[in-house]
Ligand binder design. Structure first.
Ligand code: ADP
Length: 217
């Protein structure tokens, strides 16, 4: 059976979550106390409910324990997001993921049992900083479930090293699919093949494993 998700709070973040989940064909229930918000997401979200998620009885009626992940995306009121997290965990919801406004908010959410706390501004700031520092990767395509397709350009440090030196052919969690050299695509790859400046390696697989490999260069 497909995973089922619920999103509580349909501000900018919550609606973006619903839209992307729906785009990826996941089943998503969108909940907001404000009817205008549920109407706004109704164009791309098939299941919407107007409800106050800080009310225990309402939460029990919604049957949220059947959902795989319930996301609380309420940034404007710390009190409400903390209370809803507590109610969801006490009701026995399997995984409660919550958007935090800052580190203090994140800490309280963890204390009341949030399974994952997301701090979008902080996370995005770090990611942007990483991409500002890293000009090696481009064309980064998310394939879902932590899988990515990406390209890596051979720079001065890797110039002249073989694929064997770079430990590229014995990776278990990602694969080197091909090497683009000028206008030629090489897909018969051996450990002895020497890299040349500007070669483009096409990699696919687990993002963390690729990041880890990049750190070793
Ligand atoms: P963002 O920062 O992502 O734009 P907001 O904090 O502005 O998010 O939006 C929070 C949303 O949560 C609003 O649409 C608001 O109506 C909704 N909301 C607030 N309290 C509750 C509640 N008790 N139950 C359900 N939805 C709520």
């Amino acid at each position: 059976m497909n995973s089922q998700f619920a999103v509580i709070g349909l501000g900018l973040f919550g609606s973006a979550l619903c839209e992307e989940l729906d785009r990826q064909d996941a089943q998503v229930l969108a909940i907001d106390i404000d009817e205008t918000k549920t109407r706004q997401v109704a164009t791309f979200c098939s299941h919407t409910i107007v409800a106050d998620a800080s009310d225990e009885a309402t939460v029990a009626e919604l049957g949220l324990t059947d959902y795989d992940i319930v996301f609380v995306a309420i940034g404007d009121s710390l009190e409400t997001s903390i209370l809803i997290t507590l109610i969801l965990k006490e009701a026995g919801v399997k995984k409660v993921w919550v958007k935090a406004r800052d580190k203090f908010h994140a800490k309280i959410l963890q204390k009341v049992g949030a399974d994952k706390v997301i701090n979008p501004e902080w996370d995005m700031g770090r990611r942007v900083a990483q991409s500002m520092l890293d000009n090696r990767l481009f064309d980064y395509l998310e394939l879902g479930h932590n899988m990515v397709l990406t390209e890596f350009v051979i720079g001065l440090q890797q110039n002249g090293r073989t694929l064997g030196d770079l430990h590229l052919l014995q990776q278990s969690e990602f694969q080197l699919l091909a090497i683009k050299r000028g206008e030629t695509l090489h897909n018969v790859l051996t450990g002895k093949m020497e890299m040349q400046l500007g070669d483009i390696l096409i990699l696919a697989g687990n993002k963390h494993a690729i990041d880890h490999w990049l750190d070793t260069l």
